[in-house]
Each structure stands twice: as structure tokens, then as C-alpha cells.
Design a protein around this ligand. Structure first.
Ligand code: NAD
Length: 374
């Protein structure tokens, strides 16, 4: 199941960049996260080894191909519960037999010197456990979004990584897109004045009614947990502020299919100084947009949240940043934070802040849309 079918660009090959074309010209104008040290300064360092845990759609179709484009990281291991995938992946990516794990021997990855980073790409309810066990194995961790099912779990993951002395980051790939870097930059208010209003929407039509995304125990929630977190992220970095309150409303057209999780949710986030953002997320309608109104203009991305093919404008200027492999940049960016011993912009704390908003959002829905302070 492709969770982002609303992008007509999804199946396009346009996003697969040659390294030489990747990011050329863009880095100077809008430096991507953690690019404070230029590539050649890391020259001669051995790329770090990474193992993907959970070889589903995202790992197979996005992360593994992205790992063929990373400069500082190499796919050296896999963790899978499906025997047939072992040969397919080792044939395709040259993964050594001794670097192939399953869910029973996962912890023995601790002794594997070919693996420095574990990337958790499992259903949401498994993020906390597999991140904590990765940290206990002494490995740095990238965990997919949503970081976990609760603020308490997020905190446990952060604590486990701190205790083990390993780095933790969340798969917030859009921080590594030049389109979103531009939005992040505009939040400073230097070009168009202060941001005043944000509209952030992301929804798609979900297929198979039996998938884990529709089971509360595995997903923790519906569209909000899956793609709504992008809207929360977008509103936070477009304003550069932390929200103080939320009011949320839930709507269902198919109470059977969405018996356990939310289908469509709208919400308003209040930021300091009367700044507001309005969002919609859905499992039954296609929308993919980030709009920001500033004192002196507006910025608009549509599609905003896809893997590639983003488009947009700032006032009358059309944005065209060419092609970027968001995931390759994201993973290389994480390696730099390890090498430089800096904090990732998409750290565990960043995931926790979003989860705080998600918890307040569900509380507001449970209280009939009442305003809940965050
Ligand atoms: P998927 O269903 O395609 O894959 C899930 C994988 O987990 C499968 O390989 C499955 O075998 C394995 N698994 C292990 N235990 C399982 C269990 N008990 N139930 C179900 N599956 C189990 O899902 P996906 O789309 O790859 O999503 C995985 C994670 O990645 C999710 O947390 C999702 O939110 C995230 N994701 C992020 C992005 C992004 O753009 N950052 C995009 C897609 C998915």
C-alpha cells in the first residue's frame, strides 16, 4: 500500500538523482540540515553501516533505493520476519548473510561491527520497543514517524538513547527538502515579515481495510498519526513557534472501515501572538498543501508533502529546486550529526513535541472539540 498515492509523481523516476546533480546550486542558497561541514571534510571516512528493521513498503520502495545514493552511509544489514525476503534483499543489495537478522535474534546485532545505525520502519506501535532495543545494542537510531504512540513512550526512547550514548532522529524527511527549507527560512520574518496564518493539509484515500494502519493497537490512531503529523510539523516550522492550544473535530463517512481509528480530522492550532494554523488530515480525501500567509505576502507548496515533485511559489515567484532525494539527504544528515557530535534538527525531542500536540488533539476530540492547552 502506498500511503502517498495522491502524488502523481510517486511513480516517477524523476526523483532519483545522479549524485552530481543532487543539490547542486541549492546548498549555497538554502543549506540543508547539518551541512555545516562540507562533504570533502569527511573525505576518507568510512561510510557508516545501516540496518533497516521492517522491510515493508517504505523500506523497500524509498529507503533502500535512497541508500544507494547516500554518501556517508551504506545499507549493510536487514531485520525481517519473512524468510523469503532474506535472499531477495541480499541478492539485490549484496547484504552479507551474517548481517541478516530476524525478530528473535535482533538483539545480537549489538556484536555486529558492520552496523552502526538501526533504522526502525515498523508499524507505529513497535517504534518505541525497537528503538529502545537498538539503543541498548549500542546502535544509533533513526525511527520513522510518528515517533511512538504517546509522549511517555517518546520520552523513554530519548532516555534510552541518552543512557546508551547514541544519537536518535526521526524520519522527518521534509526538513531535507529545499522547498521546506525555504519555508523554515521564511519563518524568521526577514523577507516577508512575520508568519500570521498557516493552512496545512495532508490526506489520501486508504485502500485495504485489513491493514495495520486501520488497527488502533498497531497504528495508535488513524490519519492523524500517519499523515497528520506532517501538518503539525509544517505548522510548527512554518511559524517557527510552539503551539499553545488546539481545538480538533473528527468526521467519519465510513464508521465500519474506520471503526478503530480516525478517518478525517480538522484542527486549529493556536500559536503565541494570535497566530493560527488550520489543518485537515484524512484517510478518505486527497489533499496535500502547505500555505503560509505573512505580513508581506504568502508562500504556497502543492504538492507539499510528497517524496518528490514538490511545487510552489512565494508571492509571484515560482519555486523550482529541481530534484532532491529527501531520504538520502536525511540519512546523510544524520550521519553528520554522529560524526560532528551535534543534535539532529529532527531529533527525538522534535518527535516528542509533535506527539504532545497529537495527545492534545485527541483529548480535544474526546471533549467534543473543546480548546485544550498544550
Ligand atoms: P508496511 O505495512 O508496508 O510495512 C510494515 C513492515 O513491518 C512489514 O515489512 C511488516 O512485515 C513488518 N511488521 C513486523 N511486525 C508487524 C506486525 N505485527 N504487523 C504488521 N507488520 C509488521 O508499512 P510502511 O508503509 O512501510 O510503514 C512503516 C513505518 O514507516 C510506519 O511507521 C510509517 O508511518 C512509516 N512511513 C513513513 C513514511 C515517510 O515518508 N517518512 C512513509 C511511509 C511510511
Amino acid at each position: 500500500m502506498n500511503p502517498y498515492p495522491n502524488s502523481r509523481y510517486e511513480l516517477s523516476r524523476r526523483g532519483f538523482l545522479t549524485k552530481s546533480a543532487q543539490g547542486l546550486g541549492l546548498a549555497a542558497a538554502y543549506p540543508l540540515v547539518s551541512q555545516s561541514v562540507s562533504a570533502h571534510e569527511h573525505g576518507g571516512r568510512k561510510p557508516l553501516g545501516i540496518a533497516l528493521v521492517g522491510l515493508g513498503g517504505y523500506a523497500t520502495r524509498q529507503l533502500a533505493p535512497a541508500l544507494q545514493e547516500t554518501e556517508y552511509c551504506k545499507l549493510t544489514g536487514i531485520v525481517t520476519g519473512t524468510k523469503e525476503k532474506e535472499k531477495i534483499w541480499s541478492d539485490k543489495y549484496g547484504i552479507k548473510e551474517e548481517n541478516i537478522y530476524n525478530y528473535d535474534n535482533y538483539d545480537s546485532i549489538a556484536d555486529d561491527e558492520d552496523i552502526d545505525i538501526i533504522y526502525v520502519v515498523l508499524p507505529n506501535s513497535m517504534h518505541a520497543e525497537y528503538t529502545i532495543r537498538a539503543a541498548q545494542a549500542g546502535k544509533h537510531v533513526i525511527c520513522e514517524k510518528p515517533m511512538a504512540l504517546s509522549v511517555a513512550e517518546c520520552q523513554q526512547m530519548i532516555d534510552a538513547c541518552q543512557k546508551a550514548g547514541v544519537k536518535l532522529s526521526i524520519g522527518y524527511r521534509l526538513h531535507f527538502s529545499p522547498y521546506h527549507r525555504r519555508i523554515i527560512d521564511l519563518a524568521k520574518g526577514e523577507e516577508l515579515g512575520a508568519p500570521r496564518y498557516v493552512q496545512s493539509e495532508f490526506g489520501f484515500t486508504i485502500g485495504n481495510p485489513d491493514q495495520w494502519r486501520l488497527k488502533k493497537a498497531l497504528a495508535g490512531g488513524g490519519a492523524v498519526m500517519d499523515v497528520g503529523v506532517y501538518c503539525i510539523q509544517g505548522s510548527r516550522y512554518a511559524t517557527g513557534l510552539e503551539p499553545v492550544a488546539i481545538s480538533a473535530q473528527e468526521f467519519k463517512t465510513d464508521p465500519m472501515k474506520f471503526g478503530e481509528v480516525d478517518e478525517t480530522v480538522t484542527w486549529q492550532l493556536e500559536f503565541p501572538n494570535g497566530i493560527v494554523s488550520n489543518s485537515t488530515t484524512s484517510y478518505s480525501l486527497r489533499t496535500n498543501r502547505l500555505y503560509v500567509n505573512y505580513q508581506k505576502g504568502r508562500a504556497e507548496l502543492e504538492p507539499a508533502y510528497s517524496y518528490r515533485g514538490l511545487a510552489g511559489r512565494i508571492n509571484n515567484e515560482t519555486l523550482d529546486f529541481g530534484r532532491t532525494n529527501q531520504q538520502a539527504k536525511q540519512i546523510d544528515g544524520f550521519v553528520k550529526t554522529i560524526w560532528e557530535d551535534t543534535e539532529s534538527e529532527v531529533s527525538g525531542e522534535e518527535g516528542l513535541r509533535d506527539m504532545r500536540v497529537v495527545e492534545a488533539l485527541y483529548k480535544s476530540i474526546a471533549q467534543g472539540g473543546k480548546r485544550v492547552e498544550i
